[in-house]
Each structure stands twice: as structure tokens, then as C-alpha cells.
Design a protein around this ligand. Structure first.
Ligand code: ATR
Length: 306
């Protein structure tokens, strides 16, 4: 009996195939095409996902043009996550609160914007068994990625959160922004490393650190936001949103501080934010087992790129 194209893992593109895509600048190293085309294959949807390098000055034309072409959904990445909000018909509440959109779903006459980084971060934590509720959390960084991550952390009702960033004004802006939405949580800023370590040691060990800066990312793999080993000794666990290399300098420092300390990279967050986008576009639920099957493909794609 001959196999169908789907059984052979081959997908046929026809006149009915839905087109999805990523708008970013640059996009040449994105893992999203690997992930989204893999999801379409595993979930049996007739879709094709491509990456488009769009200059900031062309964003409005690209978003409108994609709608005019009948595209069914888009991901939006750096540097367009904030700017794209101007060109939307509607926005989901979480995206509006964070002030950044990474997923567009087609609606009649325009796009609705969502932010799936929050759910991506939380589902990755759940999958790795990283507990946030009732925990003492230290957030490293206050750039774009920190907004979605901190929103996710606060939604899980941690005991307290300390923000530490090179630029104190950005840390304070992040704190002010989130206090509006989570006035009940003990959320504070450490103005320098000494203050960070003092505040942490006063509260004892067992901290969970979430690393949201771009430090340690390939090819500058040796850098990290905090060098002092005393910081890592106070942690029970460290989550890095960087995923290339697979073991970042931050993760190495966490593991070096003790054999019981756990460290995770950001590949699962990337996986699950994409899975959530796929779920929004297709109104389906992707089981964890299917999602996790794609991690191996993403790792292989990364290895091939480096
Ligand atoms: P975004 O576009 O997401 O805001 P970014 O400006 O590259 O990205 O910054 C991301 C995070 O990495 C920020 O917390 C940034 O710290 P500052 O707010 O002080 O700029 C942090 N970061 C980037 N390079 C850094 C470095 N060399 N040392 C310390 N932190 C750094």
C-alpha cells in the first residue's frame, strides 16, 4: 500500500494553503519557520510559514499588504513588537497591558494583536517544574523581554520580586508599569549589586532568578548580568531566556554554585510562545507531547546555524 504525502512527512503546497509569516529585522536566524512548519505538519494543518525581513519604515505597508494578500496570521519580532500596535484593529488585554504584540490574527478588515511571550514563559516554567507562586524572584534586566516575563511572574502571585538592571531608570520604569496592574505584590528595584545582594541575603536563600538581558547570547557567550558567585549561592533555580548557546554563562554559574541548583535556557519559552501563536491562529490546543517533539528539531536547526 502506498503512503500518502502526509504519512511520508511531505506537505504539498496548493492554491488553498494558508500563508503565515514572521515580520522582523533581521530574521535570518529565526527558529520560528522550523517550529511553525513543524507544528503544521504534526497537527495536520494546511499552512506554510515564512520569514520576512521588514525595515521599520516599511512595517505599516507590510502589515497591510499581508492582510491584502489574505495571510491568516503573523508573528512580529524585534524591532517591531511595540511599533506594530499602531496598525491593529484590536488588541488582546494582556498585549495592551504589556505594551507589546508578537502575534497577529486575521480579522475582517484588519488584525487583532496578542502577546504570547507571557504564556510561552509560563508554560515553559510549568513544563520544567519551575514554581513561581509564593517564591522570592529576582528579575535580571528591564528591556522589552522583561515586560512579558515579569507580567507572567506577577500573574502567578510570587512572595516578592526584586528587579536588577544595569540602567536603574529602566528598572524603575518597569516597576512603575507593573505596579499599576499588580498593586498588591511586593515589587522593588535594587539600585546596585551591593543592594541586590544585601536584600537577597536578608531574605535568605531559595531565590528563583529569571535572566532577561541579552547578555551571554551567541557569539558573546562569556558575559552575564551578575558576576559575583555570592548571588548564585542564594538561588534555588535560574531561568535564562537566552537559548543560544544551550548552556549559557548564567546557567553555568547557577550550576557551579551547587549540585542541587537547577538551570534552564530559553528554548522552551520560544517553543511555547510559538505554540500559543499556532493555537490562536487555528483555534486548537497543541498537546505538550507534540510541542516537545519539536524541541529536538529546533536544537538541530540551531546547531546547523552556528
Ligand atoms: P530591548 O530591545 O529588549 O529593550 P536591549 O535594549 O538590548 O533590548 O536590552 C535588553 C536588556 O539587556 C536590558 O535590560 C539591558 O540593560 P539596560 O537597560 O541597562 O540597557 C540589558 N543589557 C544589554 N547589554 C548589556 C550589558 N552590556 N550589560 C548589562 N546589561 C545589558
Amino acid at each position: 500500500m502506498s503512503m500518502t504525502n502526509e504519512q511520508k512527512g511531505e506537505r504539498r503546497i496548493t492554491a488553498r494553503t494558508g500563508i503565515l509569516g514572521l515580520l522582523g529585522h533581521p530574521v535570518g536566524h529565526s527558529l520560528s519557520p522550523c517550529l511553525q512548519n513543524g507544528l503544521a505538519e504534526f497537527m495536520g494543518t494546511d499552512q506554510c510559514y515564512l520569514a520576512y525581513d521588514v525595515e521599520p519604515s516599511d512595517l505599516e505597508k507590510a502589515v497591510e499588504g499581508a492582510h491584502a494578500l489574505g495571510m491568516s496570521g503573523l508573528n512580529v519580532t524585534v524591532p517591531h513588537k511595540q511599533a506594530v500596535r499602531e496598525f491593529l484593529l484590536k488588541e488582546d488585554e494582556v498585549a495592551a497591558r504589556i505594551g507589546a504584540v508578537n502575534t497577529l490574527k486575521r480579522r475582517e478588515g484588519g488584525w487583532k494583536g496578542y502577546n504570547t511571550d507571557v504564556s510561552g514563559f509560563l508554560r515553559a516554567c510549568d513544563s520544567d517544574g519551575v514554581e513561581l507562586k509564593g517564591k522570592k524572584i529576582v528579575l535580571l534586566g528591564a528591556g522589552g523581554a522583561a515586560y512579558a516575563v515579569l507580567y507572567g511572574i506577577l500573574s502567578r502571585e510570587p512572595k516578592r520580586v526584586l528587579i536588577y538592571n544595569r540602567s536603574v531608570d529602566r528598572a524603575q520604569a518597569l516597576q512603575d508599569h507593573m505596579r499599576e496592574h499588580f498593586p498588591e505584590t511586593d515589587l522593588s528595584v535594587a539600585f546596585n549589586l551591593q543592594e541586590l545582594l544585601e536584600k537577597m541575603s536578608r531574605a535568605g536563600d531559595g531565590w528563583v532568578a529569571v535572566q532577561t538581558t541579552s547578555l551571554g547570547m551567541y557569539p558573546e557567550t562569556e558575559s552575564k548580568a551578575v558576576e559575583d558567585p555570592a548571588f548564585y549561592e542564594l538561588l534555588e533555580c535560574g531561568v535564562d531566556i537566552v537559548f543560544n548557546p544551550a548552556e549559557t554563562a548564567f546557567m553555568k554559574a547557577v550550576r557551579a554554585a551547587g549540585p542541587d541548583k537547577k538551570a534552564y535556557n530559553g528554548l522552551k519559552m520560544l517553543l511555547f510562545q510559538g505554540v500559543r501563536s499556532f493555537e490562536i491562529w487555528n483555534d486548537v490546543s497543541v498537546p505538550d507531547e507534540v510541542a516537545l517533539e519539536l524541541l529536538g528539531r529546533m536544537r538541530a536547526e540551531l546547531d546547523a546555524m552556528n
